[in-house]
Design a protein around this ligand. Sequence first.
Ligand code: PGA
Length: 254
Amino acid sequence: MRRKLIIGNWKMNGSPQSVTALAEDLSSGVNNLMLGSVDAVVCPPSVYTAAVVELLAGTSIQVGAQNVCAEALESGAFTGEVSAQMFAQLGCKFGLVGHSERREYYGESDAVVATKCAHLLAQNITPVLCVGESLAQRDAGDALDVVSGQVAAIIEVIGIAQFLSVVVAYEPVWAIGTGRTASPQQAQEVHAAIRQCVAGYDSVTAERMQILYGGSVKGANAAELFAMEDIDGALVGGAALDAEEFCVICKSAE
Ligand code: PGA
């Protein structure tokens, strides 16, 4: 039985005041839920990572990174970047890689995403590999091939043994921040294809790996998504900025 995982991606939002308030509300809200089979994670902007780790210390909520430096694992002359080692030293347990916004606005290729995965793994941080098709790709009937290709590209570089420690997040690009969620059936179809792709390398890894759904997840649609066989949780953007909404999503996963 796979555990459920709910990850809040705060993206580039928040002020010192609002981030503190959100972390405090989450800390009491999630604690009150007394989650048994669900793990909760939040990924703040890196400038707030240390503060959020401190604010959530002693709670069951873990903290993750939204992005990580590809060029070096520890330190070096890479202005503006934050390394996997730095996140690990702060206590981060998860790191997003390959989010469609990174692929689109920063030109991240599968090769860069694979390097970032490897850096996180080297620091015992679980990479959350984001994959997903564009609307044009879906309309052309290519969704399953595109997504399987994105997963396979990473396995080919880091190896299937390492992939056992990776979480996959399926996020159809057309559903991110648009209010348009994939139907539970549409999401399930892609999740099953991802598991089948991984099973082509190793069936045990395929069975154990967590595959999250992301794209306009909110309290109102979470339960029907989590009812699907291959959906093991959610990567939540907009709704993760509201503590109450995030708690409803976590509760729906129990
Ligand atoms: P959304 O974002 O929930 O606001 O659609 C999800 C994501 O991009 O991770």
